[in-house]
Design a protein. Sequence first.
Length: 721
Amino acid sequence: MTTLDGHLERITYYNRENHFTIAKFRTDKTNNLITVLGYIPNPNLGESLKIYGNWETHPRYGRQLKIEHFEIVLPTTADGIKKYLKSGVIKGLGPKTAIRLVDHFKEKTLEIIEKDPARLLEIKGIGKATSNLIIKAWKENHAIKNLIQFLQENRINTSYSSKIYKKYGSEAVNIIRNDPFRITKDIPGIGFIIADTVAQNMGASKNEPNRVKACIIHLLEQGTTEGHIFLYEDELIRRCMKIFHIERDAAESAIAALADEQEVVIEQDGEDPYIKAVYPKILHEAETVISNRLKALLSVPSTIPDIDLEQITSEVLKKLAIKLSSEQLSVLEGIISYHTVIITGGPGTGKTTLIRSINSIFDLLGKKVLLAAPTGRAARRLSEVTQRNASTIHKLLGFNFMDGAFNKNQDNPLNTDALIIDEASMIDTLLMYHLIKAVPMTAVIILVGDVFQLPSVGPGNILSDLIKSNRIKTFKLNKIFRQDQESPIVINAHKIRRGELPDLIQTNGPEELSEFYFIEQNNPGMVVNTIVELCTKRIPNIFNFDSMNDIQVLTPMHRGEVGTSNLNQVLQKVLNPNPVIMTIQNNAFKLGDKVMHLKNNYQKEVFNGDIGTISFVDKKKEELTVNYYGRDVAYDFSELEELTLAYAISVHKSQGSEYIAVIVPIMTQHFALLQRNLLYTAITRGKKLVVLIGTKKALAIALKNDKPRKRLSGLAKRLME
């Protein structure tokens, strides 16, 4: 490892959110100017540092020093302190005040600020407010630096520093040292790894009770990210032993202790007393409430409306100019006779027509109807096809982003006679929990979705479990309607759902394109080149589709040559010639970029998976504007981790969306994610054009794999009890 003393001469790049810095560093001994990169909070020009790091060679930027950790070297002379404070290291302390401060306290200036800040009031121009501002800024600046040094010493990724500091403030290091496993509860996801690293470095026992309990919570959290509502006790113990070297007795004791503390709930699974399911408390409560509320809804007698098939036919024809099929009429008649209903079917089977027809019939009956969907883009689609107001479920329930609570619940239910939820396959257990609590006992709830699509991103398998329970009246639509019978996309989607090989119209000719076709290519580099050619030339030239707005590349993975990361960089280069504005993590953003929002932001009213275009950049305000569906949304530069490039996105992120044209690479490199429901979801996103690029072998693997990883949940069983 190399050690260098010197000062920061130029800040090339700084990310305020995670403190990643690229800078020019002037060494003291040789006076050389070198490039350094690493995590330095609030770097200031002229700041003296002792840097410990390793040399690496970048293919474009040459030799640079990657910082492993650093120490702040505070100046000791009056001139040095004056220069240091004038650099702006302390917010609220201007250059003139800094000069007066050093002229008064000389070499003891920094010691006074640190240990006897009350004396700052001796300086003319520094009142109580300014003094407090200086003290706060000094503490904050050094607290963040101390936290990063602490993380570096413990070999913990310093990109976590921002989250930790936001939670604990200037006491972060003391809190983690004194009670490492507290962070497991306070910062889910990353907390246990940080806490365990610190605890192990401090010599803690691997079987120490707090460590083992934190490990159990961590493993259950991991389970929820895999879609599980619970994990089996034996599996939990096995993971504790194998991954974290915990003894069986210690793991068993920890699970029992967590149950006593009501952190987890243990249930016997089936008749075997030795098979036990361990639930996080909130997910157990959610699943139980969903089951109980649905049973209560099912127990309310249905009031069959005074309306016959002839009236239904007449009303739908009058309002929608649609003549319903006998299957649709039968479903519609059944729907208005039940309290809780599921409608499921693939593309072209008439789900949208039924939603519109249901609205018309409820209008005729004088019933109030609310429409909603799990995501913003699905809600917009629902509104477009029905010509009625539709919202996200979160907005419908009055989600308050300040306290993370919902205004609508069992004590303040929704004011409606009927509730229609589209894209119900995307609803996870926690969202269904909040939704079902807000449904009045007198209302009809209709869930519409395609059970063959990918399950929700969050834990649970709601739509599938409800159908599996056989307790909810379910209408399965199978018939493809005349207007879709000749659509290759619809026909092939149903073939894929059944595990049959789609009709692969192969083409290599530049002027040959059909609505659904396959390009056979087993070289990843050639696949990337073909995607570029399709996006820039072939599809726009033949179909007159817009490269940016109409074409969407969907891929199963993020990594690899045909993953989202690489494809986004390649497509950005050819589709957007504008210069880079700034780089956040792996994204280099440009004006005009196609970007996707990564998590629900209710304050901005932008949701996970929404796609927009960077329309304006204000470098002075450090603000970037994204246009979503005609609406401008501003982001502070510190919020840009909520965005990613969207020239290529994962199939999971495409759920609930439709695109004019989709391009789907399907390669054997994607083996871990080659599943029938993933391929089915991808091609059903395309409205007018679907292009598959890859190998028949990969396609065959996906078709054969109809057993995606089973999600552990008890909802179907609870409903059947």
